[in-house]
Write a protein that binds this ligand. Structure first.
Ligand code: ATP
Length: 348
């Protein structure tokens, strides 16, 4: 029997409700497809910070490194400074493990109509650069209390960083509809993003079989709503990707629907899989959180581990569940988190 070592970090808010429910789905498909997951839970996050003063132990990355993958819920609580979760957990893992691809797919689900007027055939992936760009957190606040105070953040775009995310995107497009939109704002960010454009254009020349279009972020945002069917692979910077993927979740019908993977394609380090939504403390503890984004993340994790059939079967069972009208509250249904997970297991 194939075995995978999974570090489970349920996190805060709705994470500890959704993650165990979805682990049951992974275990159920594992039994059918001949693999087993050896899971170890780590109670890290904002709750841990309130108790012990740290989101994760200082040797957290050493602890996580031997695992095949990290299955993560969400991090953050209203009573904890909301600049800390990214700085002290998410960015540490993403950067420390060179998870330079943030893979965030968007598609139409069966069984309900999203917020767009016409139901369109949407199926694209936002590939967000995940380790540099606008989120490197290099900068400072100068005389913040004075009338001349200022805050400065520096964006960092390196040739290496752009090349590797561009190659990933063009290779991905080859397995899909062979179309990459690269998202930019080089008409105003004339240093960082003209360099981003230049390096992507150089990489694009190595993939003559893949169509490549450049699009400004403002135009792209409008097109996500007006013409989402035109996209296949959407290659974006860290900040643009953060915003676009939430918009992607919204056009599907809810933030609760989006799955994602923080991927180290070379598999030198473990990759981390998480839903795109946050900890949603307003709905925590009520068993009403939508688990479908986390189910999708589980499917992405299994695909990354090489369990392609299991990954596909989870998506099919999820679609059957939605098509049968078993829907969470945020999509207008009345099924609870655990009830949806059970319904998916029944349909595997
Ligand atoms: P973060 O910055 O950590 O991504 P956020 O500020 O974007 O977090 P979320 O925690 O994602 O905020 O939640 C925003 C709102 O969306 C929540 O208040 C909640 O009502 C809704 N929401 C998010 N995730 C879900 C879910 N899985 N099921 C149902 N509703 C959700």
């Amino acid at each position: 029997m194939r075995k995978y070592k999974i570090a489970v970090v349920p996190g805060d808010g709705i994470g500890p409700e959704i993650v165990p429910a979805v682990l049951k789905i992974i275990e159920a498909i594992g039994e059918k497809e001949g693999f087993r997951i050896e899971k170890v839970f780590y109670p890290w996050g904002a709750g841990n910070y309130l108790k012990y003063g740290e989101f994760m132990p200082s040797n957290g990355l050493d602890i996580l490194k031997p695992y095949d993958a990290i299955f993560f819920g969400s991090v953050g609580l209203p009573e904890v400074d909301d600049t800390l979760p990214a700085k002290d957990y998410t960015f540490k893992v993403r950067t420390g493990f060179q998870q330079y691809v943030n893979f965030r797919p968007v598609r139409t689900y069966p069984g309900f109509h999203g917020p767009l007027k016409e139901k369109k055939d949407i199926d694209f992936v936002v590939v967000r650069e995940n380790t540099e760009g606008e989120f490197v957190q290099v900068g400072s606040q100068i005389m913040p209390d004075s009338a001349d105070g200022m805050g400065i953040d520096t964006s960092v775009f390196t040739r290496k960083g752009i090349e590797r995310i561009a190659h990933y995107s063009f290779k991905l497009a080859r397995q899909r509809k062979k179309l990459v939109h690269h998202i930019t704002k080089s008409n105003t960010l004339i240093n960082s993003l003209t360099y981003w454009d230049r390096v992507i254009n150089e990489v694009a020349e190595q993939y003559p079989d893949v169509e490549h279009r450049q699009m400004y972020i403002d135009n792209c945002s409008a097109n996500f709503v007006l013409h989402p069917e035109i996209f296949d692979v959407v290659l974006t910077t860290n900040l643009f990707g953060d915003i676009l993927s939430d918009l992607g979740g919204a056009i599907m019908g809810s933030l609760g629907l989006g799955g994602s993977g923080n991927i180290n394609p070379e598999k030198e380090y473990p990759s981390m899989f998480e839903p795109i939504h946050g900890s949603a403390p307003d709905i925590a503890g009520k068993n009403i959180a939508n688990p479908l984004g986390t189910v999708w993340s589980a499917s992405l994790m299994l695909d990354h581990l090489g369990e392609k059939v299991a990954a596909q079967k989870i998506m099919e069972a999820m679609d059957k569940t939605c098509a049968a009208g078993i829907l969470p509250v945020d999509l207008g249904g009345n099924a609870g988190t655990t009830q949806i997970a059970d319904a998916i297991i029944e349909r595997l």
